[in-house]
Write a new protein. Structure first.
Length: 204
């Protein structure tokens, strides 16, 4: 295969194109080590060596660093690796590598996420937030079924009412209708809202 282009990304980092197709990103010292020059041939042995011992190794280390920095879903990790210009098959191998250590588990991520927010947000809001992180809908539903129940929803409603300084026992009917509408837009069930407001009124 022929090195058709070596394109500078920074002063020390370069995109390498083989036979007209983007292949990988290398640093200046690595170009020198493999004697890569535009118009020159790259042997299959050197190509595989670069992919396995430089690009894949770097992708694995990058994946580990990203997960050490913060908890991520598989989709988020893949997105960050793509932004680093790693080839898709290299990303697959790097993801499988970190998975083998249990560093990525989307279901457990979803459960932790739901657990940390279930007393301030509705199931619908948590669902949308998790969907935005690239998680599968069936996995999100499983996490929500495990972590969130009606009692959690009512706790979240009470917290929202507290933050809004809404007092059911003194609120007018118009104010109650407005808060019902607001909470239902957030995804809370009518029955859960009704119970929280009625209990507050009874305890007044």
């Amino acid at each position: 295969m022929k090195v058709t282009e070596i394109k500078a990304v920074t002063k020390t980092k370069f995109k390498v194109y083989l036979d007209g197709q983007f292949a990988f990103v290398l640093y200046k010292g690595e170009l020198f080590r493999y004697r890569l020059k535009e118009g020159e041939e790259l042997s299959k042995e050197d190509y595989q060596d670069i992919r396995q011992n430089i690009v894949l190794k770097r992708a694995k280390l990058r994946a580990m660093h990203l997960l050490a920095d913060m908890d991520r879903t598989e989709s988020q990790l893949r997105s960050r690796l793509r932004s680093g210009e790693y080839p898709e098959d290299i990303i697959d191998l790097a993801v499988e590598y970190v998975k083998s250590f249990g560093y990525i588990n989307d279901l457990e991520y979803a459960k932790r996420f739901a657990e940390s927010r279930k007393r301030t947000k509705s199931r619908k809001e948590i669902y949308m937030l998790l969907a935005g992180k690239g998680l599968d809908s069936s996995l999100i539903e499983e996490a929500l079924e495990t972590c969130c129940d009606s009692e959690d929803a009512q706790t979240a409603i009470r917290e929202i009412l507290r933050r809004k300084r809404f007092f059911p026992e003194t609120a007018t009917e118009k104010e109650k209708q407005k808060i019902y509408a607001s909470l239902m837009r957030k995804g809370f069930r009518y029955e859960d809202i009704r119970q929280v407001i009625q209990i507050s009124e009874w305890n007044a």
